[in-house]
Structure formats: C-alpha cells, structure tokens
Design a protein. Structure first.
Lengths: 167, 551
C-alpha cells in the first residue's frame, strides 16, 4: 500500500520504505524490515529481532505503555484505525511521543479520514499508510488548514497563548 | 465579555474555509453522504426530518447585541425567519440549505460566532450560569474558566474523537443554575482552605437513557492546574470509555462500571504525570481572559428608585413581572431581567428574527449591549437599571415576550421533538403548548408557585425531563405517542432524578394528568412549601394514587 510521510509545514509526500508484514510464525530475513502484531512481541519471540529493522502494529485497544520493554529496538509503530471514530489512537500517538519518548516513525493505517490529518500530525503521527484511491489533496488541505492552535501538542508549535504573550 | 483577537479570529476563519472545501467536495460528488456525515457533524450540521439543521454555539450563553442581531439576520436570510434557543445555550436553525452553509458560517464569523463542536463526539459548547458576573452569591465569574476551557477544547488534537459527546458546565455561585451535576464534567468554583479560589470537580453525570447525578471526584483543585486535570479526565475516558455500544459510551457508564473511587484513582495517577507536561494555562493568559469579564461601568444609584417603585405600585402586571422575572443584581439600583421565551401557547425557546432584533436593541439601550441565553431556553438582559425596567417591560410586551412566568409552570423546557427531530419518538412542543394554555392565568401560576416542567420527545432527554420537578418523556408504543411522567427531579445544587409514576398517558390526557398532580400538591402542601419540597416530603404515593385512581 502507498505510504505518505507527513510533517509540519510540508505537504504529504509519497515514500517507499519497504516495510513488510511478517507472516505469523515466519522467521525474518536478515535484510527485511518487518512489522509484527503486538501479540508476537508480547509472546517473547526474539527471533524477529534478527531482521534489519523491526516495527509493531497496535490497535485501539492496545496500551502503549506495554511497549516499553521493546521500544528502543523498534523503528516504527503502526496505529491501525478499525474505524476513524477510534480516537484512542490519538492518545496512543501522543503518549508514544511525549510519555515514552519514541523517536521512530509513527504511522496511521486503516480507516482514518483524510480530514483527520491535522489531528494526526499534531499528536505525533509521521506517516500514513493509505489506499490507492486516497485523496491526497484532502489530506494536504487538512494539514494546512490551521495556522493557529489553542493547545501544546507533539508538533512543538506554539499555542495561541504563547504567541499572545511572546516578549 | 470575551472579544476575539487575531488568533481567535484566524481559527474561526480557517474553520469556515475548511468546511467550505468539505461542502464543495460533497456537492461535487467526491464525498458520499456517509463520508460527509462525520465532517458535517463536527460542525453542528445535522440532517433532520425535513431539512438540514445548523446549531450555532453561544459559548457559555453570553453574546453581544451585535451577535444577536446577526443571529436574527441569519434567521431571516437562511432560514424561515426564526431560530430555536436550546438547553445548551445554543441556537438552532431548522430549515438550512447545504449549499448556503459556508456563506452562513462566513457571516457568523464576522461577529465571532461559529458552529464548531456543537455536534460530534467531542467536547461540546461549554455552558455556565446565565447570571454570571451579576448574581450576588458568586465566588468568581464562571465565564473566565469557561473561556479558558472553550479555547483548550477547540480542535483538541487528542480529544476530538471521543467515545461519545462530552459536555462541561461551570458554576460560580452558591446556587447551581448550570445543572453541573448532570454533566460529563461539572466545575464548581469554590474557596479552598486558605481562602484561595479553585474548583470542585464532578465527573460522570448525565441524562439520556441512564440518568446519573455526578459524583464529586475532587473537592479542591488549584486554579492553575485546571486544564491538566481536565486533560487527565478526558484521557482516562478516551482510553477506557466504552466504544462497543453507543448507549453505553458516555463517561457516566465508565464511572459507574469501575466505580467513582477507581475512576478517581486513575485520573489522579494520570494527572500526576500530565500536570508537568506543559498543558496548564500560563497565569498571564488567565489574567488576560479575566480582564474581559471585568464589571461594566455601573452607575452609583441611590435606593429607592422612586419612578420604579411608583410603577410597581400602580401597575400590578408590571409588579408581577418584576417579582418573577427580575433577579436581584449585585449592584444596587440594577436588576437582572430574564425574558421568558415561553409565551402562552408558544414554542419554548423559539424567537423570530424581529424578536431577536428587538431584544438586541433593548440590550444595546439598557444592558451594556449584552445578552445571555439560559439552559431553560430563555434570554437574559443582565444589567438593567431599575429605573429602566418599566420601559423594558413595555417593549417586551410589544413583541409578545413579557410573560411573568419565570420558574413557574408556564416556563417549560421542551426539546424540538417529533416536529423536527429525526431521533424523536413523540412530539414535545404541542404538549408544552397545551400545558401553558391550561395554566395560562397569572393567578393560577402564582397559586402553584415554583414548578419546573421539562419535556423530552425521546429517551435522549434533550428536554432534561429527568431534572424536571414534573418530567414528561415521550415514547412510542405500537405506533402511538405515549407520555411517561416522572416527579421530583431537580437540576440545581440538590440535584436529583425524577421517579417514574406509572404507565404513560396518551397525548390528549397529559394535561389532565399534570393538572391532577398540581391539584394534589396544592391540597397536601404545608404553608409556603414549594412543589419540590412537598414531593420530597411525601414521596410519590399520593400523586400516584390520585393519578391512577379512576383507571
């Protein structure tokens, strides 16, 4: 599936970073960059770390704090939206960045809306896994929609109150 | 009141532009109704029985006369010449055309109004005591913290896709006029042990099909820490609130399922970390907001105001209106006027463009150009000199809004019901109209005394029936509208949920049933005892007996 990188101040851009989903029970090649379900990490399967790079996929019900034992060995965390309504993943993204200090790629996948891109960006999501028909323009508009914010978030941008009281 | 600076204005302008783009995609066929639905619902646009309905936020119920004039203009230009003030201190327009919504929002933005977060599973318009800043029993104007919460909650990156809608209310006075214990979060301004101002926090209240009076989860929160504490509550709810069943998704169900104690423990644990993560509002911003709510330049007025006292003495109708609809102002020589939008036989909360415009003029001339909306669906002129009350009353009479029924049986809350709403099971408005007709005379209303009737057309309880002294709930049984009656609800600081009396009544029997309840109360009350107090003393038995005796 196509992947778009998203970042503050630039439009979503296609990237090709060769992540592959590792089949259940399969051992990775040393040259593969593999993403596994959270259950496989929790199952204590250490052979996956024989891959070139390792990532994990979480759903809305997964608690990000539980990633702690593996976090420094992970290069990507995929947050899968079973439905765009599953706002738990915005909390997961923000906590990954702010509470757990994760510096790798945080990728949204699944049923999110292009119009949610602004929220995804603000909570620390850095790439989107999308379908071939995904309206990139709508995601780009969402990312550009607001030049002012009322809260601090992961993007590090000033809130309105910072700008109001800037010396 | 709060006035936008360039930052606030930019956000609202950018929201209009974003929504214009979304509407264009819909009209161009790029979005199906299913895809467009979540987008329009984030901006207060519903598809109702007959047309689109747009809900416009009036933050914590305070607006300027210029804003009210614009609301009148919107009613005239984009609707059928009227609007409906709601129990969330908002206004709804019921006959809106989709293709006109972007221009409508653009017009609203000119006066710093919008439809942001008036629907959807997000933090909704914050509500507050309609007597903020003018009531004598206030610790601090609740609109200061309301405005801070409004800004914090607008497009919150983490909390815009909650399990369900989320409502916050703030009260700053000893009397609770904001029904805070029926909200997802209720904030009560209090004084701490050292006399410093802070907040008591209630969480997990609500109405709907599972009415709950919110438990107190923190007795005192220092002022500076409010936003991090709210964020902790929202985070616990966002992560752990139920998403498998829309009817169990409100925070009240989470609090009930894990218990208030465990919920509080989780919030406190989250807060211990969050409070150091840059969420709290800087002191400088809080004082900036506070300055907007400084008292207007009141005159020093010597009591008694002779002309006012004379008018009262010589005109019984005026005297009655002053007694019911004018609340004591904290400044001598002024009064707080509540304009009843409940004329006999009228639709509760409805106002025409002409009426809105006239009220805006009155506010400009007599009340420092400020108007409030109450959660009881009335409007307030908060700062009227006693010397001007007679003129205001006369003007209100000309537009049909001089009814002296505030807090009395004619002052009914009713949701739009089956006349407009796609969710309703039964009509609410005709029931309200019939009741107000039956008890139309001032003498009869006065005889009955304070009595709040609240009517909902379905179990979602938008008409607050659970909190009505007499609550009426419309349901549908075998294709017929049926009305259940509850007694003893209250939305004030003694919050309680009404108890169901028995089997429901057909539409044409409801008014008779209400009259039987009223007559029973009058017979059994002790001298000076109001309806709610009497009900709490005797319970439902005598009412039930009377109501179902002949059946």
């Amino acid at each position: 599936m196509p992947v778009l990188s998203i970042a503050v101040g630039s439009d979503p851009a296609p990237i090709n970073d060769n992540w592959v989903r590792l089949a259940d029970g399969a051992a990775p090649n040393a040259t593969d960059r593999v993403i596994v379900p959270f259950a496989r990490l929790k199952g204590g399967d250490n052979q996956i770390f024989g891959a070139a790079a390792v990532g994990v996929e979480l759903g809305g019900a997964d608690q990000v704090e539980d990633l702690k034992p593996w976090l420094d060995r992970l290069s990507i965390v995929v947050l899968r939206f079973a439905t765009f309504k599953d706002g738990r993943l915005f909390t997961s993204a923000r906590m990954l960045r702010q509470r757990l200090g994760f510096k790798g790629d945080v990728r949204a996948a699944g049923d999110f809306l292009p119009d949610q891109t602004a929220f995804l960006l603000r909570t620390g999501v850095s790439s989107l896994e999308v379908s071939d028909t995904f309206p990139v323009d709508a995601a780009a508009s969402s990312a550009r929609a607001y030049s002012v914010r009322y809260q601090h978030a992961v993007d590090g941008l000033p809130a309105a109150y910072d700008e109001r009281h800037a010396p | 009141m709060y006035i936008y600076d360039k930052f606030d204005q930019t956000i609202v302008r950018e929201r209009v532009a974003e929504f214009r783009g979304q509407v264009q995609r819909r009209l161009a066929g790029e979005l199906s109704e299913d895809q467009f639905r979540p987008l329009r619902l984030m901006n207060g646009l519903y598809l109702q029985l007959h047309a689109y309905m747009l809900r416009v936020a009036i933050p914590y119920g305070t607006m300027s006369s210029a804003q009210l004039k614009k609301l009148a203009y919107i009613a005239q230009t984009y609707d059928r010449g009227y609007g409906h003030f709601t129990t969330r201190q908002n206004i709804q327009y019921n006959w809106i055309k989709l293709e006109q919504v972007p221009d409508l929002l653009n017009d609203l933005a000119e006066v710093q109004l919008h439809g942001i977060q008036t629907s959807g599973n997000c933090i909704r318009n914050v509500t507050a005591d309609q007597f903020s800043g003018v009531a004598g029993d206030e610790i601090e104007d609740p609109r200061i913290v309301s405005e801070a919460v409004r800004q914090w909650s607008t497009f919150h990156p983490e909390f815009s896709f909650l399990p369900r809608k989320f409502k916050i209310a703030v009260n700053g006075a000893a009397r609770d006029r904001a029904a805070i214990q029926f909200h997802d979060i209720g904030i009560q301004v209090v004084r701490g042990p050292e006399g410093d101002v802070g907040y008591a926090i209630y969480a997990g209240g609500g109405m709907g099909r599972t009415p709950v009076v919110a438990p107190l989860i923190r007795a005192f929160l220092p002022k500076a820490e409010l936003l991090s504490y709210l964020e902790a509550i929202l985070r616990v709810y966002n992560r752990h609130g139920r998403r498998d069943n829309i009817y169990k998704a409100r925070i009240k169900i989470l609090v009930r399922e894990i218990g208030a104690e465990e919920f509080t423990r989780q919030v406190e644990a989250e807060w211990a970390l969050l409070r150091n993560e840059g969420v709290n509002l800087p002191e400088a911003e809080m004082s900036r907001i506070q300055k907007f709510f400084a008292p207007p330049p009141y005159e020093k007025i010597a009591a008694p105001v002779v002309a006012f006292e004379q008018a009262r003495a010589s005109n019984p109708a005026f005297a009655r209106w002053v007694e019911t609809n004018v609340h004591t102002h904290k400044v001598p020589g002024y009064g707080v006027v509540t304009i009843s939008l409940k004329p006999v036989g009228g639709i509760p909360g409805d106002a025409t463009a002409e009426q809105m415009s006239q009220i805006a003029d009155l506010a400009e001339k007599y009340s420092f150009a400020e108007v409030r909306v109450t959660h009881v669906q009335n409007l307030v002129l908060p700062n009227v000199k006693q010397a001007d009350l007679f003129a205001v009353w006369q003007q209100l009479g000309k537009i049909g809004f001089a009814d002296a029924n505030l807090g009395l049986i004619g002052d009914i809350i009713a949701c739009p019901g089956l006349d407009y709403c796609a969710l309703a099971n039964a009509r609410s408005i005709p029931v309200a109209q019939q009741i107000s007709e039956r008890f139309r005379t001032p003498e009869r209303m006065k005889e009955i005394g304070p009595l709040q009737i609240k009517i909902s057309g379905c179990i979602n309880a938008c008409g607050h029936h659970h909190a009505g002294h007499i609550g009426i709930l419309g349901v549908e049984r075998a294709g017929e509208e049926l009305y259940q009656i509850t007694l003893g609800g209250a939305g004030d600081e003694t919050a309680s949920i009404g108890e169901l009396l028995g089997p429901g009544f057909k539409g044409d029997q409801v008014v008779d049933a209400v009259e039987k309840i009223v007559n029973t109360y009058i017979e059994l009350r002790q001298p000076g005892e109001e309806f709610l107090a009497a009900y709490r003393r005797v319970g439902k038995a005598p009412f039930k007996e009377r109501l179902y005796a002949s059946a």
